[in-house]
Design a protein around this ligand. Structure first.
Ligand SMILES: Cc1ncc(COP(=O)(O)O)c(C=O)c1O
Length: 395
């Protein structure tokens, strides 16, 4: 099943972002749309968006395509400048370009971290529910994963249980892997929470890997604070992973970066990635530079549009017994408590209703489903109809 483009309309025309006109992604080898070939199931799962990229990024890519050679590439000074300026402006974080290590993905950054800093028998602390690659980026025959679930306040907002984390740590615990803002619960951690988690890292002598891939998609009034910036005197304990990929819909291009202030920690990271992790493709560098330098108006328009989509989800889900939208602070991924529906296999159940979702099992919290709402509103409405039908059928 593919979506169709309205005749005469083009989301590629002009510089004004057009999030409404559907784009047919059939024939583009889209992971999201190829999951259900020939089936009437609309995909609301994996985290990419059904939107055209920003005009300045398209132009930069087109310009680069005029040059016919695509050899191994390095980050240009102008790219570094765009990243450094963006972080200073948007997150009040002043970094030294020397701290940056480029990667073809954030997930390889998680995997490199476990290999760089954990010996055989060492432990890595993670907080379920969490993005599934936090569970599989270590070497399972050498490393042990400690799982300390996030706790929930009365409104369902999740945060770290620092006491439980402290109790779980042993002298073998070396790495704490955080996701901030958090996927799938969407929490944007406050300064006091970040300070507490960094104090724990100091007390327990942990290195903190902070995956901040969703940091430019804050939907509420909260403000993202990079973990390393929350306690500058402990920044030597941090590896921050970032990318333009989620925010500007560039996931298939493969450019991300680690920010590692401590030279020795950085050196170990660089050494661990040698011969395993490929370089960043030239077009990915170009797109990333255009995103950080010229993509902010598009990003702000995107956030507005996504807030409208979120309001739509609230309207529908509030009427449905057995399904509860969890507080959403960041990302375009709605985390829904579906425990009230009593489903044995939520994925199969909603697929039968014509909607493809991620399920809580994937994130280590059965009973929940995750809905990606980064799509044209008409498409979202069709999906929500199917969500409603699925929920009512279960109830
Ligand atoms: C928290 C988090 N980290 C990493 C990734 C993927 O990163 P990459 O595609 O750069 O490896 C995702 C994708 O959804 C994510 O949500």
């Amino acid at each position: 099943m593919s979506n169709t483009q309205a005749p005469g309309a083009s989301p590629l025309a002009g510089d004004t972002p057009d999030f409404d006109t559907p784009i047919d992604r059939a024939g583009t080898s889209s992971l999201k749309w190829e999951r259900y070939p020939g089936k009437d199931i609309l995909p609301f799962w994996v985290a990419d968006m059904d939107f055209a990229i920003a005009a300045p990024i398209r132009r930069a890519l087109a310009e680069r395509m005029e040059h016919p050679v695509f050899g191994y590439s390095v980050a240009s000074p102008s790219l570094m400048d765009a990243v450094v300026s963006f972080l200073a402006r948007e997150h009040s974080w002043n970094i030294d370009p020397e701290w940056v290590v480029w990667l073809p993905g954030v997930v390889p950054g998680l995997a490199v971290s476990t290999r760089a800093y954990c010996d055989t028998g060492d432990e890595i602390l993670v907080n379920p529910p969490i993005y599934f690659h936090f569970y599989d980026s270590h070497e399972s025959d050498r490393h042990r994963l400690l799982r300390v679930p996030l706790m929930s306040d009365d409104n369902g907002r999740r945060s770290w249980d620092i006491d439980a984390m402290r109790a779980a740590c042993t002298p073998k615990t070396k790495l704490l892997m955080l996701c901030s803002p958090h996927n799938p619960t969407t929490t944007v951690f406050r300064e006091d929470e970040l300070k507490a988690v960094m104090a724990l890292a100091e007390e327990m002598d942990l290195l903190v890997v902070s995956d901040e891939i969703h940091c430019d998609l804050v939907m509420s009034d909260a403000r993202h604070i990079p973990t390393a910036a929350a306690v500058p005197e402990l920044a030597h304990r941090t590896i921050t992973l970032m990318s333009a990929s989620k925010t500007w819909n560039l996931a298939g291009l493969n450019a991300s970066f680690a920010i590692i202030p401590d030279p020795e920690v950085r050196q170990r990271f660089v050494h661990a990635k040698q011969s395993i992790v490929p370089g960043v493709p030239p077009l990915a560098y170009v797109a990333t530079e255009a995103a950080y330098r010229d993509g902010n108006p598009w990003r702000l328009a995107l956030l507005d549009y996504l807030r409208g989509n979120l309001a739509r989800i609230k309207e529908v889900v509030d009427e449905l017994p057995g399904l509860e939208l969890q507080p959403l602070e960041a990302t375009y991924l709605a985390w829904l408590d579906a425990r009230g529906l009593g489903l044995e296999d939520a994925r199969a159940h909603f697929e039968a209703a014509g909607i493809g979702l991620n399920t809580g099992e994937e994130f280590g919290e059965p009973g929940y489903v995750r809905l990606n709402f980064a799509c044209p509103r008409a498409q979202l409405d069709r999906g929500l109809e199917r969500l409603r039908a699925g929920a009512l059928r279960a109830g």
